[in-house]
Design a protein around this ligand. Sequence first.
Ligand SMILES: *Cc1c(COP(=O)(O)O)cnc(C)c1O
Length: 475
Amino acid sequence: MQRAASSAKLRKLPSVDEVLKAATAVAAAERFGRSAVVAAVRASIGEARKRGNNAEFTSSDDFARASLARLEADAEPKLKPIFNLTGTVLHTNLGRALLAEAAVAAATRAMRGYASLEFDLATGKRGERDDHLRGLLIELTGAEDATVVNNNAAAVLLVLNSLAKGKESIISRGELIEIGGAFRMPEIMNRAGTKLHEIGTTNRTHKKDYTAALGPKAGLVLKVHTSNYKIRGFVAEVAPRDLATIAKAKNVPFVHDLGSGMLVDLARWGLPHEPTVAEALKDGADLVTFSGDKLLGGPQAGFVVGRKDLIARVNRNPMKRALRVDKIRIAALEETLKLYRDPDRLAERLPTLRLLARQRKEIEKLAAKLLPHIAEKMPGEITAEIVRCTSQIGSGSLPTETLESAGISLKPVKKQGAGRMLEHIAAALRRLPVPVIGRIDNDALVLDLRCLERDDDFIANLKHLDLAGGADARS
Ligand SMILES: *Cc1c(COP(=O)(O)O)cnc(C)c1O
């Protein structure tokens, strides 16, 4: 019986051609092109057939509308702008640094037109793409020379391969880091063709450990900023200055991977001190590697600065070509770096620093402005209130330091089912036209407002919040 009924409905499915004639399909073809519409109509009919057409769609127009919805959903960008209310300023999963306006403008110009990327305008001859940044990097760090690659992971890989291929790279066991995304120092060394020579222990490494390791096979000494963790207690590490002396005595390059790396002292903005690139060089590093899109506040990039002869070796490595940066990022980097010439106005112009330096008082004011708009949208079972919280710098910078912040806490009134309720609200916030990402902290969903600047856009976006929607609606 049932089978007969369902095949009768199936017979009623319209043909692709019939659906294409529907007004909605004609309009869809205007927007998305005929072939995309044909494919979407086929898919919609195919799905209905698979479901045994449950009679929800009957007319051609129903199918045309379903096809349009499919096309519209597909047209949504996969990489979406979001509101980062996690409280982590440099959030790797959410795109790290926001670029300064000058950098955005320069990148846009570079995208639209030709540029003097590898062309020397003075001589009319071929130029070097790194030259646009080299001067600035030298000026800002005091290095002899500098080069730029895709990211800091690439910078480390390239330096290891250029200076220590077939030789040993000496590193303390306390610094054999893993940073996110499968970047593990021992594996990187392996891929770079250098032999890991680990010394000391997890918590203590001494000068004599380095001295003993510096034999004829030594290619370089590497010090790695333990960006995303801190070892406390009974610990000992060798200061960079001493390490430089030890390496120099054996004529082996000393490379310092700073990770985030900063060009100015953050203490100036009341932030915890992070060693600057200039300090690392002054302390005797032969090469320093650091990121473009962490504390520096630029686009993704990796820098290698230091001794001219070593930079020349890095640049001669054929791998450099595979790791180079394009004109768009060079344009953005140039403008980002230029901002460091005027540290007095840096916090105004560089979003990363502006967000990091934001005072709790200012964030609390913002919370007071937003609270009624958020509270109004919450069901009775949820209380919304202003709370003090702590933000993080993120991207492995200063992992144990936090910044005093404020936000809005959304908390279920009843303990029972609270976890599910919080997930439900978090999911609804993620479904907004501009998804809002908060952080679940114990029994509350906290929206840390440190990184929110466009508050009017945020309020307008919030109007679309639909707490009833979603497959997992409260039950
Ligand atoms: C972040 C980091 C890297 C990798 O830098 P990316 O720019 O993310 O590639 C390398 N080393 C250290 C110590 C880091 O903190």
